[in-house]
Design a protein around this ligand. Structure first.
Ligand SMILES: NC(=O)c1ccc[n+]([C@@H]2O[C@H](COP(=O)([O-])OP(=O)(O)OC[C@H]3O[C@@H](n4cnc5c(N)ncnc54)[C@H](O)[C@@H]3O)[C@@H](O)[C@H]2O)c1
Length: 252
């Protein structure tokens, strides 16, 4: 059990990577608070974890709202006594399209969900981590931050911010024994796939994206979940400020 007695929050835990991270963390002994806008799916994920005998609960959260984030952290500490790992995974994108076609409202929403959420997560988690003299942020970036694809410019920029903020948090919070790392996944088979493709999920479209990945397949949620377990594991206590590609070689 690599995460025995650890307490974690996973934002965007109702779907895709977040769901997989929630399963991987609880399988390694952690208790998980699944935080998501989607109450129906989030409740289902938490119920599936509890049915397996794990400690989990759902907390409806909009990561762009400070009151929601405050309540999320408060509920976690009330229910489980502490908070060890904050996984900032909730994220959205505009569809793959020419950059000038993306509306101002959509741009704002992407930066709120993908970037402002990191600020709010820091505001509400850092005081708890400081009190405990330990804590760990795991931010989900993207290969978009390192090797951007055309048609996703504003999303790419938001993930660039995730990478830089992760490094900056790592260096600023290190004296408090708080770590911050990021995972940069390649395009993966989750509900976001067609958004990134900018077209239908056809075998031809998949082949086009698969061809851009040296290991010859799209990412899987479990690839990201396994990396998240590594960063959450106390065995990686000397690892901070790392933004690790989990991408089958896409960024080489
Ligand atoms: N799927 C990919 O190809 C891929 C590649 C690289 C990075 N990513 C990143 O991985 C993360 C997870 O993506 P995914 O593919 O699992 O997506 P997904 O759409 O399957 O899951 C995202 C979850 O976030 C939730 N969410 C959206 N806005 C929210 C908000 N304001 N507050 C709370 N929850 C909110 C959604 O309800 C959903 O459950 C995102 O940050 C995404 O940018 C995805």
């Amino acid at each position: 059990m690599r995460l025995k007695n650890q307490i974690a929050i996973v934002t965007g835990g109702a779907s895709g990577f977040g769901e997989s991270i929630s399963h991987a963390f609880t399988a390694e002994g952690a208790a998980v608070v699944v935080a998501d806008l989607n109450a129906e799916k989030g409740e289902q994920v938490a119920a599936a974890l509890v049915a397996k005998g794990h400690r989990a609960l759902f907390c409806r959260t909009d990561v762009t709202r400070t009151a929601d984030m405050a309540q999320l952290v408060e509920t976690t500490v009330q229910q489980f006594g502490r908070l060890d790992v904050m996984v900032n995974n909730a994220g959205i994108s505009h569809a793959n399209q020419p950059m000038l076609n993306v509306s101002e409202a959509e741009f704002d929403r992407i930066f709120q969900v993908n970037v402002k959420s990191l600020y709010l997560s820091a505001v509400h988690c850092v005081p708890v981590f400081r009190r405990q003299r330990s804590g760990c942020f795991i931010n989900i970036g993207s290969t978009a931050a390192v090797r951007p694809r055309p048609g996703l410019t504003w999303y790419n920029g938001s993930k660039g911010a995730v990478v830089l903020i992760t490094k900056s948090m790592a260096v600023e919070l290190a004296p408090d024994n708080i770590r911050a790392n990021a995972i940069n996944p390649a395009i993966a088979d989750t509900p976001l796939l067609t958004t990134f493709m900018g077209g239908a999920d056809t075998p031809e479209n998949r082949a086009k994206f698969t061809a851009s990945i040296p290991l010859g397949r799209l990412g899987r949620s479990t690839d990201v979940a396994n990396a998240a377990v590594f960063f959450a594991d106390p065995a990686s206590e000397f690892v901070t400020g790392v933004c690790m590609e989990v991408d089958g070689g896409r960024c080489i």
